[in-house]
Design a protein around this ligand. Sequence first.
Ligand SMILES: NC(=O)c1ccc[n+]([C@@H]2O[C@H](COP(=O)([O-])OP(=O)(O)OC[C@H]3O[C@@H](n4cnc5c(N)ncnc54)[C@H](OP(=O)(O)O)[C@@H]3O)[C@@H](O)[C@H]2O)c1
Length: 116
Amino acid sequence: MVTPELKPIETASKYTFCVTGAAGYIAAQVVQRLLAAGHIVHGTVRNPDDSKVTFLKSLPNSENLKLFAADLLKEGSFDEAVRGCDYVFHTASPFFMKVSSITTYTLLLISIHRVY
Ligand SMILES: NC(=O)c1ccc[n+]([C@@H]2O[C@H](COP(=O)([O-])OP(=O)(O)OC[C@H]3O[C@@H](n4cnc5c(N)ncnc54)[C@H](OP(=O)(O)O)[C@@H]3O)[C@@H](O)[C@H]2O)c1
């Protein structure tokens, strides 16, 4: 296996990156920096038509961003997004919260109490 040379992205050659969960908190920063550095980005989101991904389409250099629909719970759904990529930033992360309604109510009360 060849380990890629690590350089600050701003000074590196131009590459194609896949960023999973592209609209997420961390991924959006990564996408923004990669586009700013002139790279091609394949961003995955579960629903490219969701209004919460619209901001990605207005980032500088967004003409170099292509969004793909992909879900970690659907086998093979990332195949198209990673095809032709040099690197992958895998930040997508499913979050499951299975708690009783009384626990949810208690968590909400604590959150609200701390905010106000
Ligand atoms: N934020 C932090 O300070 C921090 C610190 C340390 C580690 N981390 C880790 O870094 C990762 C990203 O964190 P984050 O704060 O950026 O989280 P985030 O904003 O919640 O983003 C996670 C992304 O994962 C995607 N996702 C959720 N379920 C998915 C599924 N089934 N298939 C495909 N995509 C799915 C969501 O995409 P959709 O747009 O499709 O909903 C979402 O945009 C997590 O593993 C987190 O534990 C975060």
